[in-house]
Structures are given as structure tokens and as C-alpha cells.
Design a protein around this ligand. Sequence first.
Ligand code: IMP
Length: 424
Amino acid sequence: MQVSLKGNTVIVGAQWGDEGKGKITNLLAGNADMVCRYAGGNNAGHTVVMGKKTFRLHQIPSGIFYPETLCIMGSGMVINLESLLEEIDSLEGQGVSTENLRIAQNAHVIMDYHILADRSREDSMGKAKIGTTGRGIGPAYMDKAARSGIRIIDLFEEDLLRGKISYHLGEKAKFLEGSGLTVEAVFNKTRAQAEKIRSLAADTPVILNQALKAGKKILFEGAQGALLDLDFGTYPYVTSSSAISGGASTGLGVPPSALGNIIGISKAYTTRVGSGPFPTELLDETGEHLRETGHEYGTTTGRPRRCGWLDAVVLRHAAVVNGLTSLAVTKLDVLSGMHPLKIARAYRAGAEEISSFPYSQTAFSRCLPVYEEMPGWEGDISSARSWNELPQAARNFLNRVEELCGVPIGIISVGAEKDETLIR
Ligand code: IMP
């Protein structure tokens, strides 16, 4: 199954990540000339089912399965070379060529000392910890913002690279005790990895802008989700990058006018990994049912995901900050057999009802969901291939989601397989 791509399109997570962006990107990627990742690093985990094989991508865009589609890892990413090389080897080992991959020369590199710093900071924070993936994402973006980071292009300037490594081992000494990291060891390991990706490093903004001028179709693949965005998420329980649609422009060096359609991906319920407020979280057997039926365990860390009902406040916020033109609702099949279904249409904080996203950390942590209840449906819906084949209760549920968040639903996923999808 391939879905036609009507112009350039951004795929973004409309919740806290893990919404199924990999599947939707893969559905559209076959019709795209380019698929580009613009933020994050190997904290992401995109599961793509191709026939009988399941692939788990962390940094490589989900367009890699189509040899004619150029895949770009953009300037806004932080790249872990070891994990990238493993991913390349694993794809090649399963017969997927990675010749169509390019890496932005000005993307930043995640170093081993970033990973140690991330884990050490989390350990020292006790109950206040963010619950990061422990992949060094925050510290790598910290160095980028501090203007001391190592970029892909820097890997090929030996003196510059050695100087930066030496500076960082000194500056981060308190995180590195007992690690045995030395300047020469880090330098040699990094240089060896760098040579393996040398041919992939490219001036990706130029490639992209030429493609735009030639009228090529570009798919921009978001990572994480709106609620994990550094600026617009549930700060401080967020990731350190710009996960929203605008990040595609700054993270790839293309004009905002190039972005085109913006599809927000949302599960038919909500999940979250890591710490932070989650008003519709279910800590009971209903949450457990969602976790087991939806296989809600992290692709990257294997952590059990926190599960809860769909939250329309979150979706409305995602619609605003991303400029969503449509929604793709995934995992609708997981709700089969659940009665009644609930959707949070607003929050209650004390006597007040709140219908928009509260930026206050304290206010958000105190919000309770105001639910609407709807009848559920019975039976397996994974064979439905058109709107009319869905049970009436499922259609009512989706219609209500559209009304509550003001965005039309264009794609509905009823199973992990590519074909288990309905286009509306
Ligand atoms: P970091 O990105 O590893 O720094 O983690 C910061 C927060 O973002 C933590 O709550 C992580 O669980 C969450 N996070 C990061 N990447 C993903 C993802 O791909 N899916 C879901 N949550 C993520």
C-alpha cells in the first residue's frame, strides 16, 4: 500500500512521542523524492513493518527502504556515530541499501561523554529526574547551544577535533570519574567512526533547496512529539530539540514556506515515557490493558510506557503550535472491546475548567481530566479498509475527536501492518 503525497508534507507527533510516525512516514515515503529527519537523535525509535520483517530505526529516516528516495539526516539532529553505524550494518545485513543516505555536515555529534553526563545528571536528580532515554541528547544540545559542540564536518579536522575533545573531557570531569575516557582514546574512536561515514556527509541545505526548486516532493519526518518540544512541551519534562513542524525549517535549512501539509500523528489514546505530568494517565487495569494490547514498551529503551485516555487539550495544543492540516489516528484497533471510551475535553484545576494547555509546571501537574464518555465497539477492526467498514461507534469516536480538536482526520491506522490503514 502507498498513499499519494500531495506536495511537501511534515509528519509530526501530536502527543508525547511514539504515536506511530514511522508507519505513517513509511506509507507516504514511496511517493516522496526525499525523506528528511530534522531533530533529535537516537532517543527516537521508529518501528516500521515491511512484509514479514520489522525494522527499528533510531536515526535513519523511514524512507530508507525506497532506493529512489534520498534520505537526509538534518542539521538539527544530534548524531550518535556508533548507533548510526550499527543501524547501517543492520539494514545492509537485511538487504536494505543505505546508499541513498546523506548526513548534514553541520549536524552535531553525540559523544560518549554526553551519554555519561546525561546518566550522571539524571542519577543526581533523584525524584526530579526527567526520565531521559540516557542517550546523551540533552548534553549534546547543551554543547551546541554553548557553541562548543562537535559537528560532523569537524570530525575531519584533526586538530580542531582533538582540541574540542580535550576541552570537553576537562569541562565535564565531574561526570567522567572512573570512566577511563582519555583524549587519545576518544579521538581515535571518533576518527575511526568518522571515516566510515565520510562519504555520506553532504551540504544538505543545498541539496534540499535544489530539490525544492525542481519541484521534488519532500517528506519531513519529525521525531518525538509536540508535548516533548523544548519550547512548547511540558517543560522541563521535554527533550532538548525542536520537535514541532517549525523545526523542519530550522533543522534542515529550508524556508518555512516549503513545509506544505502538516500531518499530526496521534494514537487513539495517549502514552508517555519518562517523568512529567500526564492528566489522563490510567494507573489501573484499564491502563494495563492499553499497555498490553497496544504493546506499549519503548522501542529505544524497552521501558513500559505510561498509558491513558485520549486528551483533546493536548491535541488542540499540538494543532496550534504545529499548524496541523490533518490528523492521522493510529492504533484505533487497541480500543476494540473497551467500554465506555473516554476523551478528555478539558481539565479541571480547583473550581476552574481549563480548555487550553497550561504552561505553568505547577498548574499542569494539578490538572484533572474532564471526560466525555462514548460507547465503544466489539470485534476486530483490523480488516476495515474504508470509513464505512468501521463500526458506527468507531466513526462516532473519530468524528468527536475531529470536533474537539478542530482538525480533520485523514488517515486511520487499525494495525501495525502497512495495509492495515484507511484513507479518508
Ligand atoms: P531525552 O530526549 O533522552 O533527553 O529524554 C527527554 C524526555 O523525552 C524523556 O521523557 C524521554 O522519555 C522522552 N523521549 C525522548 N525521545 C522519545 C521518543 O522517541 N519517544 C517517546 N519519548 C521520548
